[in-house]
Design a protein around this ligand. Structure first.
Ligand code: PEP
Ligand code: MN
Length: 360
């Protein structure tokens, strides 16, 4: 067991820093060699402030790789002592916190699946009570700003050290453009409510695809987020979890070099008045396009079904029902009824066009 001793300089995400604060490392600690190889490459690159790795992995299906558990904490302790990068790990219960503390790790984060549960967050906060470790709280899986703020408050009440938030996007069933929809209006809401709280973005879990990380990361910097948490693996395609979204250490260097640091304009303007409202419109339009894409994909399936079963594409009764119900829903929500009718006509026309397309 390693005796805890603070690193001489523990960098923290700070508002108005000259460059974004960077946390990087593999989704999961897989082997000692993989952990140390990644950490050494990141340290040599010089752009990374903290090392991250998951040791207990909250997986959707029980057969998925669930992490190496306690034995991997010794590898993380080696990273901080031998490589010299501060290390953070995800904790999901009191036993995890105790193990992370016993190994002298520098910080912990609470994952999205834990943030949804006030019981889990309270248990973690109690286990951290009185400690000074930096604690980072990811947003809950679903888009609930109050639940996120509540989790942050539970931690703040318990610990003496710095607390920060991590935006990792929100689960959205059936919507595919992102693994987790960014819904920028939620972190913007957090910034409006807690302007002094540092906030990082995790573009890896938002994108789910390494080719999309840069654009999400840039967007985060543009709205004044203080740093990024990015998953890095020496051989991403061989990763035991989240392979598609991990980048190599060289890939990280290229990605970071391509980002434009935020200007002072972003902090001042983006979070207030017209710009903040426009950012919310941008995010909602992004979701609208995503929903339209999903709707068209279903229309194509309906087209294939009608073709197979010899049904006509245009079904007047169904169209009358769609028009009637949707204009009613619009009226109930103070959306113009005649606007809604015109919008539905356009949508219907497009739906018929895609249903008529030859699927082959
Ligand atoms: C992770 O960072 O590896 C992780 C599991 O993230 P999240 O809680 O955002 O899904
Ligand atoms: Mn991951």
């Amino acid at each position: 067991m390693v005796t805890p001793s603070p690193l001489p300089h523990l960098p923290l995400p700070t508002p108005n820093a000259a460059r974004p604060f960077i946390v990087a490392g593999p989704c999961s600690a897989e082997t000692r060699e993989q952990v140390l190889e990644t950490a050494r490459a990141l340290k040599a690159g010089g752009a990374v402030d903290w090392f991250r790795a998951g040791v207990w992995k909250p997986r959707t299906r029980p057969a998925d790789f669930e992490g190496r558990g306690d034995e991997a904490l010794a590898w993380l302790a080696e990273v901080r002592h031998e490589v010299g990068l501060p290390v953070t790990v995800e904790v999901a219960n009191a036993a995890h916190v105790e193990a992370a503390l016993a190994h002298g790790l520098d910080g912990v984060w609470i994952g999205a699946r834990s943030t949804v549960s006030p019981f889990a967050v309270q248990e973690i906060a109690d286990a951290l009570s009185g400690t000074s470790l930096p604690v980072w709280v990811k947003n809950p899986m679903h888009a609930d700003l109050k639940l996120w703020i509540g989790a942050i408050e539970r931690v703040e009440r318990a610990v003496k050290g710095p607390v920060a938030a991590i935006h990792r996007g929100f689960s959205s069933y059936g919507l595919k453009a992102y693994r987790n929809a960014p819904m920028w209006e939620i972190p913007i809401g957090l910034r409006a409510e807690r302007p002094e709280l540092p906030i990082l973005c995790d573009p890896s879990h938002i994108s789910g695809d390494r080719n999309r990380i840069a654009s999400v990361a840039q967007r985060a910097l543009d709205i004044g987020m203080h740093g990024l948490m990015i998953e890095v693996h020496p051989r991403p395609d061989e990763a035991w979890s989240d392979a598609a979204q991990q980048v190599t250490p060289e890939g990280l260097a290229t990605l970071l070099a391509g980002l434009h640091p935020r200007t002072s304009r972003t902090d001042a303007d983006h979070l207030h008045g017209l710009s903040a409202l426009r950012l919310q419109i941008d995010s909602l339009d992004d979701q609208l396009v995503e929903i339209l894409a999903h709707r068209m994909a279903i229309a194509r399936k309906i087209g294939a079904f009608k073709k197979e079963n010899g049904l006509a594409i245009l079904q007047l009764e169904r169209w009358a029902e769609v028009l009637g119900t949707r204009t009613g829903w619009a009226g109930d929500r103070a959306v113009g009824v005649s606007f809604m009718a015109r919008f539905l006509e356009l949508l219907h026309e497009e739906s018929i066009r895609v249903q008529s397309e030859d699927p082959s």
